[in-house]
Design a protein around this ligand. Structure first.
Ligand code: CU
Length: 324
């Protein structure tokens, strides 16, 4: 199949080159004239080539979907992610038919209305009907998409209310690693700022702040409890990073000098996801999704989602900041 597509592509390139050469030839012989006429026969040949291209183009599109479709993300592992996927699907249901229909028209019309000696082109300078048609329909489609998107956005971006049970985690980005800091028993993260960065205190935590004493700092991987809202706060030490947790449909810029936030409720444990994806080695990941320097690709951290009990056991084993 790949070979076939490659052959078709090469043939099309050759055919295009031949046509371009012909045009160049015409230019050379007809120099001085303003209009370069091509014969009806040549015009028909080009129109036919456009039709061939249309078929090859859709064939290539279908092949891509078939070949790479399996690389799509598995079901969303967070509550709000279901809404994000829905939005994505609605968008695709809009744009794929439009993509197919408009391209059929584009190439079919080039074929149907290729040069003919017996036909005269119709000229009109303006049509209110047409203007209305291509203004109103896209406006309606975009309004629907934006309204669904906005309602999802508002749900996602509202921070977890402080009185509601939740886990508070700070995700700290630096060139080129992530660090997670849990708020500890008091549910509060200790103050942190660049001016406190010193030696091993890479996160710049204010050691005189009482709230910081029970904070827990973890590297390499961090854990999340299933079914409990997780409030993330993001900070960066140096440049802009982007915390991307694809399986939870979560992404947020991590900006130096500015705290950003995101929250979600994990709904599927790592073990459950291994079964869903039929992949023994499946791991949730946190990635940097902003090219932030030479070792950007190295900025990743595993995420383990487990039951609330297992999570609490794991968290209890992590050292408190004051013990370090
Ligand atoms: Cu980065």
């Amino acid at each position: 199949m790949i070979a076939l597509v490659a052959i078709v592509a090469v043939l099309l390139v050759i055919a295009t080159a031949v046509q371009i050469l012909k045009i160049a030839e015409l230019r050379a012989t007809e120099s001085g004239k303003e209009i370069y006429e091509i014969s009806a026969k040549q015009s028909k040949a080009q129109a036919l080539l456009l039709m061939v291209f249309l078929v090859a183009y859709f064939g290539f599109f279908a092949w891509q979907v078939w070949k790479w479709g399996g690389l799509m993300l598995p079901v969303s592992a967070s509550e709000h992610g279901v809404g994000v996927d829905e939005l994505m699907n609605i968008t695709l249901w809009f744009i794929i038919p439009v993509f197919i229909i408009t391209h059929i028209f584009l190439f079919w019309f080039s074929y149907k209305y290729s040069f003919s000696e017996t036909r005269k082109a119709l000229f009109f300078s303006h049509s209110n009907k047409l203007e209305m048609f291509w203004t109103i329909i896209p406006s309606i489609a975009l309004t629907v998409l934006i309204l669904v998107g906005l309602s999802n956005w508002n749900k996602i971006m509202t921070p977890v209310a402080s009185e509601q049970e939740h886990i508070l985690i700070e995700v700290y980005g630096q060139q080129f690693s992530w660090t997670a800091r849990y708020a500890g028993k008091d549910g509060k993260l200790g103050r942190a700022s660049v001016e406190y960065i010193e030696g091993v205190n890479a996160l710049g935590i204010d050691i005189s702040d009482e709230n910081a004493k029970d904070d827990k700092i973890v590297k390499g991987e961090f854990h999340l409890p299933k079914g409990v809202p997780v409030q993330f706060v993001f900070r960066s030490q140096d440049v802009m990073h982007s915390a991307y947790m694809p399986h939870f449909r979560a992404q947020m810029n991590v900006v130096p000098g500015l705290k950003t936030q995101f929250n979600f409720i994990p709904t599927i444990t790592s073990e459950e996801m291994k079964k869903i994806t039929n992949n023994e080695n499946f791991e949730y990941i946190l990635l940097c999704n902003k090219i932030c320097g030479a070792a950007h690709y190295n900025m990743q951290m595993d995420i383990v989602v487990e039951s609330k009990e297992d999570f609490e056991k794991w968290l209890a084993e992590q050292k408190e900041f004051s013990a370090e």
